[in-house]
Design a protein around this ligand. Structure first.
Ligand code: NAP
Length: 295
């Protein structure tokens, strides 16, 4: 396959590494904003060729492109598709990796339609706390879920589905709206909760206790603070582009926190234990691996 990756950061770079390593017939060209990023992407073999300017990618390569994956921050996805679509053949399929889908899928499909091209939204649910091309890593997507949203062209959906499966992902199809409501609960809400945890700890006024807490923080704090310590730009964009679903999730979370506060305040220890027993029994429905590894 001939694949274009636009935005050579953690996701774009990791994807290029796996696509090139998975099949020697694959060819990957890349576009990024910073010339140094393009150079590094070629050096680490995330792409065969890269440039900040699509006109520098030879026509013989562009004309054979099967799929273009937009891996920029969310705000740049639609402008990037609008800029690239006129320069590419009508048989090209566009997809993206943005962590919101409703704000992207419909306008992106409309842009692509003007040029006879097809758009299929994607969201590979994989990441680390790092960003940029030097954070790119092999096997980032292995065994992780990926959402693919519908298109009028079943063939386009199947091609995008196969691409994600080729890097080891488990693909789920759903509407952009269902995607946004689900990720508000399990991805966007945790970022805000985790960031609030770090923020609350920083409000400790006793400098000795604060320093001690920082020294004592171990695996539990590492697990619960990880996503709150990630890329601030991504966090801001997912809140901005998925505002209503995230607010609904935050309000539900606030009610849940109030329940816990009331139980503790009223010394309802048995009820608190029952409340925690319930969350203990529900967690395996969300996080399977821990339990598979232990059993
Ligand atoms: P990242 O590491 O910061 O990479 C984004 C890259 O896009 C940057 O390295 C930058 O490259 C390039 N870029 C930025 N603006 C651009 C523009 N206008 N034109 C061309 N290139 C541009 O971020 P990421 O984590 O890979 O996230 C990228 C996308 O993946 C986002 O849409 C996000 O929603 C989605 N996503 C992220 C995660 C995650 O956990 N990180 C998971 C799933 C999906 P330069 O160095 O050239 O400036």
């Amino acid at each position: 396959m001939n694949i274009g990756i636009v935005g050579l950061g953690l996701i774009g770079g990791s994807l290029g590494l796996d696509i090139l390593a998975s099949d020697q017939d694959n060819y990957v060209w890349g576009i990024s904003r910073n010339p140094e990023t393009c150079k590094q992407a070629v050096e680490i073999q995330a792409v065969n060729v890269a440039s900040t300017d699509i006109t520098e990618i030879p026509d013989r390569i562009l004309s054979q492109t099967d799929i273009i994956i937009i891996c920029t921050p969310i705000a740049a996805i639609l402008p990037m598709i609008a800029a690239l679509a006129p320069k590419l053949n009508s048989n090209v399929i566009f997809t993206d990796v943005g962590s919101v889908k409703a704000a992207i899928a419909e306008p992106a499909s409309k842009i692509c339609q003007q040029f006879g091209q097809r758009f299929v939204g994607s969201h590979p649910m994989a990441g680390t706390a790092f960003q940029g091309i030097l954070a790119a890593e092999r096997h980032l997507f292995q065994n992780r879920p990926c959402v693919v949203t519908p298109s009028k062209s079943r063939e386009a959906v199947e091609k995008v589905r196969s691409l994600w499966q080729s890097v080891g992902m488990n693909v789920y199809e759903c509407s952009p709206e269902e995607h946004d409501r689900a990720v508000a609960m399990i991805s966007h809400l945790p970022v805000i909760i985790s960031a609030s945890l770090i923020n609350a700890c920083q409000q400790q006024e006793d400098a000795i206790v604060l320093k001690l807490a920082q020294n004592l923080a171990s695996s539990g704090f590492r697990d619960t603070s990880r996503v709150g310590g990630g890329n601030p730009e991504l966090g801001r964009l997912m809140a901005e582009y998925n505002q209503s679903a995230l607010l609904r999730s935050l309000q539900t979370y606030q009610q849940s926190l109030q329940e816990a506060i009331a139980l503790i305040k009223n010394k309802q220890w048995e009820q608190l234990e029952a409340w925690l027993a319930n969350t203990q029994s529900e967690r395996p429905f969300y996080v399977v691996e821990d339990y598979v590894a232990e059993s």
